[in-house]
Design a protein around this ligand. Structure first.
Ligand SMILES: NC(=O)c1ccc[n+]([C@@H]2O[C@H](COP(=O)([O-])OP(=O)(O)OC[C@H]3O[C@@H](n4cnc5c(N)ncnc54)[C@H](O)[C@@H]3O)[C@@H](O)[C@H]2O)c1
Length: 358
């Protein structure tokens, strides 16, 4: 399924990343963000996203979708096939914004929330007309490059909405993974939260510095994770005897005092100062924009390499990247925006079919 128009409600780090991915796929986007600086911030992100996509498509990009700044949520969401909510992570604000989106969006539009951890059931109670079309669509930063999007349905979400959402996000080069049970923080952030807690302890206890911890990740298991994830990596680590051997060897460590996962460091000014000052020592020589640039260059490079391995079929994110670049290349060659092609395609089918729990 292709879409012709999307709306972004909230255009900060994540909202602007969504805007960039959508526009670079030729989809028109209408955005609402009350921040007077929103337009400048979005154009900064667009600059970086265009630069990254030019690395992926040196022969030229598809025609970009049109970006419009709306004065209200109502104006932004009219006629949208997809509405992506990316306002700050506060339940009261999500309720307010989703209620308004729900009031004005077309009945068959999908509403995706970028929330990092709020359960969709807790958000959709604010949607009085069509709560059945709300899904959590949780991306990772930078949204225009990282393909993963965690899709989570709530108690009122229709299975059809999840199916349509999967198709829409896949149509803009993403890898939707549907989370089977609704939990706070879903899967990605649950894992990251565990690692983050441990990292805070390690710095607080003076075991290593911020830079040393990052080095241990990026010179080591971070490189493995980018291409095989946790379980496939450990299967290989088990040697010829595989996963069972690996588990037999490392299973007992779970009972040893290897982690402090049940325990949270006190989050106070002292901890913030410790981490922030070490982070300055590590990275103050680069601006955030410079770091974004090198991050994007590295990500495109990694995905490019992964698109060529496995006898040329690509591996993991690389296999998807290969298809995405090919599709965008075809669009660019056709010299017409995807929205025109998509206009001929079937309009988004209504999601309101049966009142079944997702
Ligand atoms: N930053 C990340 O790495 C990340 C990753 C994945 C998901 N998320 C989630 O994405 C959402 C947005 O996070 P962010 O990091 O982009 O935050 P952000 O602070 O960078 O951006 C939030 C934007 O929302 C705007 N906003 C505030 N009130 C609004 C309203 N009533 N209507 C429309 N816009 C409004 C703000 O002006 C701001 O531009 C959160 O739910 C967050 O949990 C963040």
């Amino acid at each position: 399924m292709t879409i012709t128009k999307a709306a972004a409600v909230g255009g900060g780090v994540i909202g602007a990343g969504w805007v960039a991915r959508l526009l670079l796929n030729g989809i028109d986007v209408s955005i609402f963000d009350p921040d007077p600086e929103a337009s400048r911030k979005v154009s900064e992100v667009m600059k970086g996203a265009r630069r990254a996509y030019k690395r992926m498509l040196p022969d030229g990009l598809p025609k970009e979708g049109k970006l419009t700044f709306a004065k209200t949520i109502a104006e932004a969401v009219t006629d949208a096939d997809l509405i992506q909510e990316s306002v700050p992570e506060r339940l009261d604000l999500k309720h307010k914004v989703l209620a308004e989106i729900d009031l004005h969006a077309p009945a068959n539009a999908i509403v995706g929330s970028s929330t990092s951890g709020i359960k969709p059931s807790d958000m959709q109670v604010a949607m009085k007309k069509h709560p059945e079309r709300l899904v959590v669509a949780h991306p990772f930063n930078p949204v225009y490059l990282l393909p993963i999007v965690e899709i989570v349905g709530g108690a009122q979400t229709f299975p059809e909405a999840i199916e349509v959402a999967k198709e829409i996000y896949a149509s803009i080069g993403m890898k939707p993974v549907v989370i089977r049970k609704e939990i706070e923080a879903f899967v990605g952030d649950r894992l990251l939260e565990a690692a983050w807690r441990e990292a805070l302890w390690l710095i607080k206890d003076g075991i290593c510095s911020v830079e040393e911890l990052d080095d241990i990740m990026r010179y080591g298991f971070g490189l493995r994770w980018a291409q095989m994830g946790m379980f496939q990596v450990y299967r290989v680590a088990g040697g010829e005897a595989g996963m069972r051997h690996f588990m037999a060897q490392f299973g007992p460590c779970l009972k040893w005092p290897w982690t402090k996962l049940m325990d949270v460091p006190e989050f106070n000014d002292e901890l913030v100062d410790l981490i922030a000052s070490q982070s300055d020592d590590q990275s103050a020589q680069w601006s955030i924009r410079e770091l974004e640039k090198i991050r994007d260059e590295n990500l495109v490079g990694i995905m490019d390499v992964l698109s060529k391995t496995n006898k040329g079929k690509g591996w993991g994110a690389g296999a998807l990247h290969k298809d995405y670049v090919k599709r965008l290349g075809k669009l660019a060659a056709a010299k017409k925006p995807v929205s025109k092609a998509a206009a001929k395609a079937k309009a988004a089918k209504p999601v309101k079919k049966k009142a079944k729990k997702a």
